[in-house]
Design a protein around this ligand. Structure first.
Ligand code: FE2
Ligand code: FE2
Length: 289
């Protein structure tokens, strides 16, 4: 049996409604400056609404959103993002992981604000809310990590805590991933982009995560963070970044896109890339990766 899984990322919902000015007197001041500049119209909600319309139907079995659903981790943004993706369904049909923008400040991280708005898409009611979350989709076993941490201004690096790697190892020991294809989801990219960028914006323990995934039999890791799509292979694991799904840039490499993978117990059988077409207002395809 195969499943069709959509991979959406970095939709960056912007909503400052009701936010008191003093809430920008922290790291958000740099984020806000950014948003007032080039980024203001970079991720229109209309593109996310179009994605939701396209994925609402029976065309795909499951939708993964690999983080950065918001810009500044404000309640107004997380609540708006949650509303916008609501038509896609609940726990059994939608999965998310937090991005660095979803835990933008220490306050947002400490209060587990992202988990408050999106926890129902990661854990069943009553289940301990620990990362990585785990979902048994039959032929696909899904594991969702949090690499997101509040960082100093201008930094956006990530880290997957040791406890998460240990938890993955115990899931593997308990046989949770047996009989299916293991797919990991994490926000930060795993490809190298140069020493400075990797230190400032990358996943600092990327090799540890890949090694832990390999030991657990994970065959595919999906990520976001870099708004340009990317794919490569490390230690036999396919690593795929979808790129931002809502980037309105006309530059062909940057234009918003999402992927649809056909996956069975043996691995990925097909990857369809659906790229936004400003002419039709829809995400065209299928283009094969
Ligand atoms: Fe992003
Ligand atoms: Fe990010």
């Amino acid at each position: 049996m195969s499943l069709r899984i959509a991979h959406v990322s970095d939709v960056h919902v912007l909503d400052l409604t009701g936010t008191k000015p003093w809430r920008f007197l922290n790291k958000r001041i740099t984020g806000l400056a950014n948003l007032m500049g080039a980024r203001k119209a970079a991720h229109p909600h209309s593109m996310l609404e179009q994605i939701v319309r396209e994925l609402e139907g029976d065309d795909v079995d499951h939708v993964i959103i690999s983080g950065d659903l918001s810009n500044l981790a404000l309640e107004s943004e997380l609540s708006r993002a949650r509303e916008l993706v609501k038509p896609l369904g609940g726990f059994d049909r939608v999965s998310v992981v937090p991005g660095n923008h979803d835990v933008y400040t220490r306050g947002a991280q400490r209060s587990r604000r992202f988990e408050r708005f999106f926890g129902d898409l990661m854990w069943r009611g009553g289940e301990a809310q620990a990362y990585p979350w785990f979902k048994d989709l039959g032929p696909v076993k899904l594991v969702g990590f949090s690499s997101a941490n509040a960082t100093a201004p201008l930094f956006a690096h990530g880290h997957v805590a040791r406890a998460q790697l240990d938890r993955l190892a115990s899931l593997h020991r308990e046989g949770a991933l047996d009989g299916g294809f293991g797919v990991g989801v994490v926000h930060h990219n795993l490809h190298r982009r140069g020493r400075r960028k990797d230190w400032m914006h990358g996943l600092r323990n990327r090799d540890e995560l890949v090694a832990a995934c390999k030991s657990a039999g994970v065959g595919l890791i999906l990520h976001g963070h870099t708004h340009v799509s990317n794919r490569f292979e490390q230690d036999g694991i396919a690593i795929v970044g979808s790129g931002s799904s809502t980037w309105s840039s006309p530059e062909p490499r940057h234009t918003g896109r999402y992927n649809v993978y056909t996956v069975d117990e043996g691995g990925v059988r097909d990857t369809e890339v659906r790229v936004f077409d400003a002419g039709t207002g829809a995400f065209g395809g299928p283009a094969r990766a």
